[in-house]
Design a protein around this ligand. Structure first.
Ligand SMILES: [Zn+2]
Length: 309
């Protein structure tokens, strides 16, 4: 590829447009991945627990057979699960959740499709959530900002992937309070691989970032659980911080957690969250990671007075 072509293809404008399209795909991921995961869990529960007589005997310390009702339930559920229409990230094509109207290509154009439809389904006029165009626009803007920040070099695409994964995780965590392993773990491995190939940060910093990210929140979790008898966060949060550490390095862990906690506290006060309410920490961690990526290690460490280390 000629340098001129690279300049154009990796420019903020082109990556911004790519971001709009990826944002449209992220809407599909955010909507479908939780449903796919929950279907898998049900299928696992039915096949591995409900239908497994030996497992039942081990768990309940019995020698006889499971009750007939349990077997019938397992059979009925298996049938129902098998009858569900196929769903993955590609099929079926995007459709209106209330009337099933399949989107035509021009209705599916990021942001513009929504605006042209006036925010309503073309067939049944049910309002379409503003979240769809907002996620598309935000992804476009963040991709453009990433291109501008990283510069016109191929690793900018990797950083765009980092941004996309964080956006998907943020909204899935808001929706179902879960950070899917399918997103946190590949993000961590990708960060370690990029460091190993010398494309981002030194491998040592990435490795300690991943280890430190996981261990630090894991320790806080157990401290909370043992001293106050409650769980302040989930295992997904540890994995997400491990991923952020793999991409940003161990020195950025504390700044990320500080930023996440401050924003989390402010939002909690504004929204008057009660202490017994569960608020997902993932979106704040993801946000903290994004902010720290854009500010950059040198500046952050300078603010903290650590630049000499
Ligand atoms: Zn409709």
């Amino acid at each position: 590829m000629t340098p001129e072509l690279q300049q154009i293809l990796l420019s903020p404008w082109v990556l911004g447009l790519l971001g709009l399209c990826i944002g449209s795909f992220l809407n599909v991921v955010i909507h479908r991945m939780p449903i796919m995961m929950e279907r898998d869990w049900w299928a696992d529960f039915v096949s591995m627990s409900l239908s497994d007589d030996d497992a039942w005997r081990r768990v309940f310390r019995r020698k006889d057979d499971p009750p007939a009702a349990q077997r019938e339930t397992a059979k009925a559920l298996t049938k129902e699960l098998e009858a569900l229409p196929k769903l993955n990230l590609v099929t079926p094509a995007s459709r209106c959740p209330s009337c099933g109207h399949q989107l035509r290509w021009h209705e599916n154009v990021p942001v513009a499709g929504y605006l042209r439809l006036g925010g309503k389904c073309a067939a049944c006029k049910t309002p379409i959530s503003k979240r769809y165009p907002i996620i598309e626009a935000a992804t476009g803007l963040l991709f453009a900002a990433t291109a501008w920040h990283v510069g016109t070099q191929p690793v900018a695409l990797a950083w765009c992937g980092f941004v996309a994964a964080l956006i998907a995780m943020t909204f899935i965590d808001i929706d179902i309070q879960i950070l899917p392993d399918q997103l946190t773990l590949p993000l961590m491995w990708a960060g370690l691989l990029l460091a190993m190939f010398g494309l981002t940060i030194p491998l040592k910093e990435a490795l300690w970032g991943a280890i430190g990210g996981y261990m630090s929140l894991w320790s806080v979790y157990w401290l909370f659980k043992l001293t106050r008898g409650k769980e302040g966060m989930g295992y997904g949060d540890f994995k997400l911080l491990a991923a952020l550490g793999a991409w940003l390095g161990w020195k950025m862990l504390l700044p990320v957690v500080l930023a996440a906690s401050i924003v989390g506290a402010v939002v909690g006060i504004i929204m008057r969250v009660r202490s017994d309410q569960h608020i997902p920490f993932g979106p704040y961690l993801a946000g903290g990671g994004l902010v720290m990526m854009f500010i950059g290690e040198a500046t952050v460490l300078d603010w903290l007075g650590w630049s000499g280390y």
